[in-house]
Design a protein around this ligand. Structure first.
Ligand code: ZN
Length: 149
């Protein structure tokens, strides 16, 4: 019997949850030396679709996705951007938390057009994986933006 993920609505393959797929993809990434920018998109999309960000974290995630995808950053630019932009908003100056607290109001349910299950099923090698993750990030970002209208 196939089950559906309660958070992102993905149809789950047998004996898997989005969390186990996420863990497997992290191993795949390190085994295949996947660039950090792709890893970043993967983790961000996973967190967005599983309601793991606070409201402030979600705004941050959206702007990070936007910058990463729009400017077609090189790996150096990506890391530099994370260091500078990430830093100004972390530790000392950041007063909010990334992760959603258990008593935070629930986020609206979204019928995500693409999920981590799609990514894992369609990526057979490193090159395809990078493509799939970028497409996933594009679609997630579009849906995030349309939520605010
Ligand atoms: Zn899920």
């Amino acid at each position: 019997m196939s089950e559906v993920c309660a958070q992102c609505g993905a149809l789950l393959p047998k004996e898997h949850t989005c969390q186990t797929i996420h863990n497997n993809l992290l191993i795949f990434e390190s085994d295949n030396s996947i660039p950090h920018s792709i890893h970043f998109l993967h983790v961000t999309c996973f967190m967005v679709q599983h309601n793991l960000y606070s409201d402030e974290g979600l705004i941050w995630a959206q702007s990070m996705l936007q910058n990463n995808l729009a400017e077609d950053m090189t790996e150096q630019q990506h890391l530099h951007f994370l260091r500078t932009d990430g830093k100004s908003k972390t530790s000392r100056t950041r007063t909010w938390k990334f992760s959603r607290s258990t008593d935070a109001p629930p986020l609206p349910k979204v019928a995500w057009a693409m999920t981590i299950v799609n990514v894992s099923q369609q990526a057979q090698n490193a090159e395809q994986y990078c493509k799939q993750v970028r497409q996933w990030a594009h679609m997630t970002l579009q849906q995030l933006i349309s939520l605010q209208r």
